[in-house]
Design a protein around this ligand. Structure first.
Ligand SMILES: Cc1cc2nc3c(=O)[nH]c(=O)nc-3n(C[C@H](O)[C@H](O)[C@H](O)COP(=O)(O)O)c2cc1C
Length: 152
């Protein structure tokens, strides 16, 4: 077990305990959540609750970074937000998520703007089982990106 401090985009921090255990993505499931325009979770399905290890009422109303794993580079999330919020487009990518108990799980996520009457009212993320080859590739890519970010 390792204790780490996570620094969030808004300047806040929190201390988390990590284990090296990977929880496999559940077969045949989709993990779904919706947020408002600020990334605050407004809805999530049972697969999301089960995989995150949190209770539903610990998730609704919380910022999505509650699942942020310290192995994820900030640039990946900047790209996500630039794509869905600034450009109004779909973002696809691999994300390593932190569970409440400190273990982790990888997802392949598609994040889309939720547009009503021409206005973005929030976002939705639909996650499916990621490919192992891609996970191995992205592990290295994210490690290199994180090392660059730490230098800056
Ligand atoms: C619909 C949606 C789903 C998201 N899902 C995740 C997620 O599963 N895990 C995660 O770490 N961040 C997710 N994010 C990004 C977070 O909002 C946040 O940018 C990220 O955790 C990094 O935290 P930070 O921006 O405070 O540094 C999602 C954002 C949106 C809009």
């Amino acid at each position: 077990m390792t204790k780490v401090q996570i620094n969030y985009y808004d300047g806040s921090q929190s201390e988390k305990t990590l284990t090296d255990e990977e929880i496999p993505f559940p077969e045949g499931k989709l993990i779904v959540s919706r947020t408002d325009t600020d990334g605050i979770i407004t809805h999530c399905n049972q697969a999301f609750v089960d995989m995150s290890g949190f209770e539903k009422d610990e998730l609704i109303g919380q910022p999505h970074c509650v699942l942020r794993h310290p192995d994820m580079p900030s640039a990946a999330f900047k790209d996500l937000w630039d794509t869905v919020k600034d450009q109004g487009k779909k973002w696809r990518g691999y994300v390593k998520n932190l569970r409440k108990d400190g273990s982790f799980y990888w997802v392949y996520a598609v994040v889309v703007p939720n547009v009503r009457d021409g206005k973005t009212v929030g976002f939705a993320s639909i996650r499916r089982k990621p490919s192992r080859t891609k996970i191995n590739e992205l592990t290295e890519t994210y490690k290199a990106m994180l090392a660059e970010e730490k230098k800056a």
